[in-house]
Each structure stands twice: as C-alpha cells, then as structure tokens.
Design a protein. Structure first.
Length: 214
C-alpha cells in the first residue's frame, strides 16, 4: 500500500513539474513584460473577471459603439498599447496627459474589476450636458483644475494648454466615455486632445492587464 502511495505521489509531482515547465510567459509584446507597473496575468489558464463575463447585455443601452462615434469630429480611437504608453508617460511625470476613467465610481471597485493604474475617475455625468445645466461652475472647475483649461473670465475657455485626455469606460458595449467625449467636444475641447479607448476595461481584463481598485 505504501509503495502504491509512493508511486502515485511521484506521478503527481511529475505532473506538477510538467505543468510548471510548459507554462508560457505572457508578455505585453514579444520583448516587453512590464511597463510602468503594468503587466499581464502570467497564469495561462486565467479567465476574465466575472464582471465582464456577460456577452448579451440588453441593447439599448448597451449597444456596440462605432469605431468613431464622434464623426465628423476626428477623435482618435486607440489601442491597449496606446493606453499603456500613456500610463508610462503619466507615471514618469508627464503633466500634459491624463488617463480618465469615465465610469461611475461603483465600477472602479475590486468587485467590479477595478480600473487602470495611473488613471483618475471623472464620471461622464459630472461633465455632460445635464451637469452643465445643473451646475456650470462645477463643470468649469473640473475643466480648469483637472484638465488644464484656462478660464480668463471672458466667457471663452482657453484650451491651448489643455491636457490630452485618454478616456475609457467598460468597453465597446458601453456609452459612458463616448458621452463624456461628446460633452467635452460641445464645450470646445480640441478633438486632437481627446483619445477614445474603445476596448475599455472589458478588453483590458481580456488581456489580463494589471488593475487597481479605487
């Protein structure tokens, strides 16, 4: 009996060793494993966060966003690598860029999958048309204190030193960051300073990229 147990145990160890040996590294690119504290889950069998497991949310409102929902405005739709490189720049002290989580705060919790490192949470409903109608001063406060917009009191906002905003929400099925971008365009924000990460947190989790909870 002891011999049989020993054989089984040896087989188990061999199987475990085989699993460890066959595990493959998961890089951001073929030659880069980590950027600014952002890397990918190294578990080859990892699955997506439960908050993003659904495939068939009702539409409307959770419909598939176009590649450029803002046409004719020329807002760039960007990729994961663009977001990671922007995060690197922010982490290195670049004050001209801001990673902006446009979702309502509940989505930034660990239960909901968290958010991207080096990002700030500024919900779309704090800068949209309803917010402007309700409390325009609060919206101007966000523009000047968070985005670098200059309010010289003339009634015309100066965007010459405004930050480039890398905006995201839950993914291609989510309308929160598109709503935020449309609101900023209406306020006169330069289209070349607005970047739309269409994949959002859904794609971020799909790639097993690092998240943090607010």
């Amino acid at each position: 009996m002891k011999l049989k147990t020993l054989v089984v145990s040896a087989a188990s160890v061999a199987l475990l060793a085989s699993t460890v040996v066959t595990a493959k590294p998961v890089g951001i690119t073929p030659t880069v494993m980590e950027i600014a504290g952002i890397s990918r889950n190294q578990d080859n069998k990892a699955k997506i966060h439960p908050a993003f497991a659904l495939t068939s949310r009702k539409c409307p409102p959770f419909c598939i966003q176009p590649t450029n929902p803002f046409a004719p405005a020329k807002v760039d739709t960007i990729s994961e690598l663009d977001m990671i490189h922007a995060a690197r720049d922010v982490a290195n002290g670049d004050k001209t860029k801001l990673l902006m989580d446009n979702r309502t705060p509940v989505w930034t919790s660990a239960k909901k999958g968290g958010t991207m490192p080096h990002s700030v949470n500024i919900p779309f409903n704090t800068i949209n048309g309803k917010a402007v109608a309700k409390d325009p001063d609060a919206v101007i406060d966000i523009l000047t204190k968070r985005f670098g917009v200059i309010d010289n009191g003339s009634g015309i906002l100066d965007f010459s030193k405004a930050k480039t905003l890398y905006m995201f929400c839950n993914g291609a099925w989510c309308g929160q960051s598109p709503a935020g971008i449309r609101a900023l365009l209406k306020l006169g924000y330069p289209e070349h300073k607005l970047k739309y990460y269409r994949g959002g947190m859904n794609a971020w989790h799909q790639f097993g990229l690092t998240t943090v909870s607010k």
